[in-house]
Design a protein around this ligand. Structure first.
Ligand code: PGA
Length: 254
């Protein structure tokens, strides 16, 4: 039985004091509640990873990175390597987020390099895929998603541990969440692709998260869809009250 994975993607938000305040409150909240059905994970800016990791030591809350370099190390100003993340005990990293694809011109091939380098160092890549609004309007959503999966996961094997996040680009930060039915269809497409590429066992154990304007009032209806195993949450993960509420909703699902 998969647990519900609730990943909070902070993007470029919060100062250090705000981060410490959030993490301390989250630690207290999680320690007072029984969250055995939920995997909470926060993805703060890279600057705060080490502090968050320290403050959350010994809890069930994971800390993930929002990105990683596709290179091992060396003269690459401003980049952060998988080995650095590994040395801090970081367990997850996003790759291929639509904002990285758009603002850093990240291609599926870059995503593939990043995913492989993470896996090499024992970090779980959270591989983000999603169609643009114009692609959905043209009716080519499935083709786009399958191409992103194929190219981003080339050479990745069934025993590699990865997570997929389906984030329709038109739903990110827009308040326009995909309907549960739209999300269900794409998640089913991804699950079927995993089955045909990696076999049924791998498909059944791989987490597929939905992301795009998740809020406390729409999370439950999304999670009730069979192939939606959790959420990648931006805006609604920034307030401690809202993030804790998302965890509560996830833990009370039937
Ligand atoms: P949003 O962001 O929840 O603010 O739409 C989701 C994401 O970009 O991961």
């Amino acid at each position: 039985m998969r647990k519900v994975f609730i990943a909070g993607n902070w993007k470029m938000n919060k100062t250090l004091p705000e981060t410490i305040n959030f993490v301390n409150k989250l630690r207290n909240f999680v320690s007072q509640t029984d969250f055995d059905k939920v995997i909470p994970a926060i993805f703060p800016p890279a600057l705060y990873l080490d502090r968050c990791q320290d403050l959350l030591q010994g809890t069930s809350i994971f800390v993930g990175s929002q990105d990683v370099s596709k290179r091992e190390g060396g003269a690459y100003t401003g980049e952060i390597s998988a080995i650095m993340l590994k040395s801090m005990g970081i367990k997850y990293s996003l790759v291929g987020h639509s904002e990285s694809r758009e603002y850093h011109y990240e291609t599926n091939q870059d995503v593939n390099c990043k995913a492989k380098i993470l896996l090499k160092h024992g970090i779980v890549p959270v591989v983000c895929v999603g169609e643009q609004e114009t692609e959905r309007d043209k009716g080519i959503t499935d083709t786009i998603i399958l191409k992103q999966l194929q190219e981003s996961l080339t050479g990745i094997k069934p025993d590699d541990n990865f997570v997929i996040a389906y984030e329709p680009v038109w739903a990110i930060g827009t308040g326009k969440t995909a309907t549960p039915e739209i999300a269900r269809q794409v998640h089913q497409l991804i699950r079927n692709w995993l089955t045909s590429t990696y076999g049924q066992k791998k498909a059944e154990t791989t987490y597929i998260l939905y992301g795009g304007s998740i809020k406390t009032d729409n999370l439950a209806s999304l999670l009730q869809q069979e192939d939606i195993d959790g959420g990648l949450v931006g805006g609604a993960s920034l307030s401690i009250d809202s993030y804790c509420r998302l965890l509560e909703i996830s833990s009370h699902l039937e």
